[in-house]
Each structure stands twice: as structure tokens, then as C-alpha cells.
Design a protein around this ligand. Structure first.
Ligand SMILES: [Zn+2]
Length: 283
């Protein structure tokens, strides 16, 4: 009801029909073939526009041709307003987010966060020892919010053809970190260096890969495994960016020795105890 009509007292002391812009915004997504367009009706009272099959003058205010989509909206609107009976009672405001219609700050807060989505891995990620920028990188990777080729194309932006690391497959964040041959080589070498040789389940996305990776370790090593996961994923991503923005290429073994090993030692010095325990396994 509030979609089409505004309840309130006009200067003339009656209810007024909402202006056509508001009607278009609500009945359709904006001006166009799929919207219902209304002619001028600012001075028309709701009491005149709504009741009685003989009246319903709001229908006559519709202007322009009706597409199939607009006709469907018209029928929906017709069913919505056909049984409405106005009374002489005063208008009142009703807060839709509480059962009694009364406003409360708590309900407003809940309403604001309705679109929020619980992330079961969030606590684990924030508890992982890693610099904040690395955690933010992983957070965006889990949500697939990095501007990789797939996302750029979805938004109609220019993008390079294939993955910059292997030049064989389309680029997604899951490919870069998990399924790319470049990344696989690094993960395999890291496992070998840590004396970890278990068979691995196949996985094709970053979050699943983290689950698989941390299941390889028990006890005190699990914490360090989380840190090294964050570090390796972060360094692979940086290598991708180095190729994209600077044209600099580092081979997997070089990346392991020059970047990953060095950064891991710095992280340990900065307080990553779990990572320190894990690194003692390195041959
Ligand atoms: Zn690749």
C-alpha cells in the first residue's frame, strides 16, 4: 500500500496520492517499459482514487503503453489495493521491524544488519597470527572480492586473458591461490620442506583449501599451519600483482626462498610462536 500511496494530511486536510516519481520507483525499477507510469495526480485524494469498482481512478492515471512486465505489476497492485477500506481514523506511524509497531533502537540496529551474512570462518581467521593486511586479503579471497579477471568481466571492465602465473587458465582468486600450477608447485614444495606427505583431498577454492591444509596438522602445529597458509596465499597474490603491475617475474623456488622463507622468519620474530614451532620441522 505504501508503495503507491502516501498517507498524510495535505494542505486541504485530506489524503493525497503519492507523486508519480515515487510510484515509479516502487512499482517498477524506474522509468521504462517495465514500470507503471502515472500521470499527474498530486491533488487527487486517496478516498477518491481507491474505493468502489466504479471509481478506482488511480487506474485511469496510468499513462503510456503497458509491457507484459508492467501488466504483471499492474495486476499485483490491483490485488494489493482492491480490498482496502479507508476510515476516518487519524493516520499513525507504525514501525515495521517490531511486532507492536513501536520504534526501538535495538530493532533499528537489527534491521540495519539484516543483509549481514554470518561467516563461520571469521573467528578462526582473526585468531590466525598474520599481519592485518594479510588477513584482509584472505577475507576478501574467501568472499571472492578481489578484482581478478572473472570479477572485472562481470563488471564490464577490461581484463587480461589468462592467469598471469601460468597463462593457461582463466584467472579467479581460487585459481590463483589453489588450482594454478604455479601455486600448486609452491604448496607442494612447502609441504615437502615441512615433512608433510599425506594424500590430499581435491579442492578448488581458497576456503576449502584452508580447511584441507589445516587438517594436515595437529596440536601445536595447527596454529603455525594457519599462519603459513596465510603467508603463502599472500605471497602468491603479491607475485600475481608484481607480474600485472610491474612485469616482474619470480619463479616458484625463488619465491619460496627469497620471499616466503624470509617473511616467515620475520613473522616468527614478530611473535608468531606457532609458526616458529612449525618451522623447526624444516629440513
Ligand atoms: Zn594459473
Amino acid at each position: 500500500m505504501f508503495c503507491l500511496l502516501k498517507f498524510g494530511n495535505s494542505e486541504r486536510g485530506g489524503h493525497t496520492l503519492l507523486d508519480r516519481q515515487m510510484a515509479q520507483r516502487t512499482v517498477g525499477e524506474g522509468p521504462g517499459a517495465n514500470s507503471l507510469s502515472f500521470g499527474p495526480c498530486d491533488d487527487q485524494a486517496i478516498a477518491v482514487g481507491l474505493p468502489g469498482p466504479a471509481q478506482r481512478s488511480w487506474c485511469r492515471a496510468i499513462v503510456g503503453g503497458l509491457s507484459v512486465a508492467a501488466m504483471a505489476k499492474f495486476i499485483h497492485l490491483w490485488h494489493t489495493v482492491r480490498d482496502i477500506q479507508l476510515s476516518d481514523a487519524s493516520d499513525s506511524l507504525r514501525w515495521r521491524w517490531t511486532s507492536d509497531g513501536a520504534f526501538s533502537v535495538h530493532s533499528a540496529y537489527d534491521a540495519l544488519h539484516l543483509p549481514s551474512q554470518a561467516m563461520p570462518w571469521a573467528t578462526l581467521l582473526w585468531d590466525t597470527w598474520a599481519p592485518l593486511k594479510t588477513k584482509l586479503f584472505l577475507w576478501l579471497a574467501f568472499r571472492r572480492r578481489h578484482w581478478t579477471v572473472d570479477r572485472r568481466r562481470r563488471h564490464g571492465l577490461d581484463a587480461h586473458a589468462n592467469c598471469l602465473l601460468c597463462d593457461q587458465e582463466p584467472e579467479t582468486i581460487d585459481h590463483i591461490v589453489v588450482t594454478c600450477s604455479y601455486a600448486k608447485q609452491i604448496w607442494w614444495n612447502i609441504r615437502a620442506a615441512l615433512n608433510e606427505t599425506s594424500a590430499l583431498r581435491h579442492c578448488d577454492n581458497v576456503l576449502k583449501w584452508w580447511e584441507v591444509w589445516r587438517c594436515l596438522w595437529v596440536g601445536e602445529y595447527k596454529q603455525g599451519a594457519d599462519s603459513i597458509f596465510a603467508l603463502v596465499a599472500w605471497e602468491i597474490w603479491k607475485e600475481r600483482n608484481a607480474r600485472l603491475f610491474r612485469g616482474a617475474v619470480t619463479q616458484p623456488m625463488q619465491l619460496m626462498e627469497a620471499s616466503i622463507r624470509h617473511q616467515a622468519e620475520l613473522w616468527v620474530q614478530a611473535g608468531a610462536k606457532g609458526l616458529g614451532s612449525l618451522l623447526q620441522r624444516v629440513q
